[in-house]
Design a protein around this ligand. Structure first.
Ligand code: MN3
Length: 201
């Protein structure tokens, strides 16, 4: 099975100062492309070829296949990462159903934001901060490198890439500033709600 790099769902300069054209060109065209190229090579001739990305993520983790975990994991993570952002996103205007779950499971918007930013800040080295659905409830999580919540029995509904390649051009080493700006200005809450709906389906 050959993996494919999807086009960005907006122009390279659409996210303005919060994530620059230069960052998106490197991150999408070079880093994501490399996961696609390497993941495709690693899949050839394996039992995972032809399976869904979700099943490959879970199966590779179960089999302890580090190459597939990181490359196919990152392919899955980035496909959604591009969609978890939009121009003029972020902020407190959440769709109703999502807002209700955030209130009941995560202690409301402010606590969710603080816990999510903290997860990203405390992920030592490369990885991701997440909001996931696990056993029907929302939780905050973090994972290292190319892992994702599918590998840990949960469904991701929002993820922020805290690899340095995601922020170093625009924020240098200021990961907290990146996480806060990302949450406040870029998150596509409609896409988060869509993923919550499909996770519960
Ligand atoms: Mn990345």
């Amino acid at each position: 099975m050959s993996l494919e790099l999807p086009a960005l769902p907006y122009a390279y300069d659409a996210l303005g100062e919060f994530m620059s054209k230069e960052t998106l060109e490197f991150h999408h065209d070079k880093h994501h492309q490399a996961y696609v190229t390497n993941g495709s090579k690693l899949l050839e001739g394996t039992e995972f070829a032809g399976k869904s990305l979700e099943d490959i993520c879970k199966g590779a983790y179960g089999a302890g296949n580090a190459g597939l975990i990181n490359n196919v994991g990152q392919h899955y993570n980035h496909i959604h990462f591009w969609n978890w952002m939009k121009p003029n996103g972020g902020g407190k205007s959440l769709p109703g159903k999502l807002q209700a779950k955030v209130d009941s499971d995560l202690g409301g918007y402010d606590k969710m934001r603080a816990d999510f930013v903290n997860a990203g800040m405390t992920q030592f080295g490369s990885g991701w901060a997440w909001i996931v659905v696990k056993d029907g409830k929302l939780e905050i999580a973090k994972t290292p490198n190319g892992e994702n919540p599918l590998m840990h029995g949960a469904s991701p509904i929002l993820g922020c890439d805290v690899w340095e390649h995601s922020y170093y051009i625009d924020y240098r080493n200021a990961r907290p500033k990146y996480l806060e700006a990302w949450f406040d200005n870029l998150v596509n809450w409609e896409y988060v709600e869509q993923m919550m709906d499909s996770a519960s389906a």
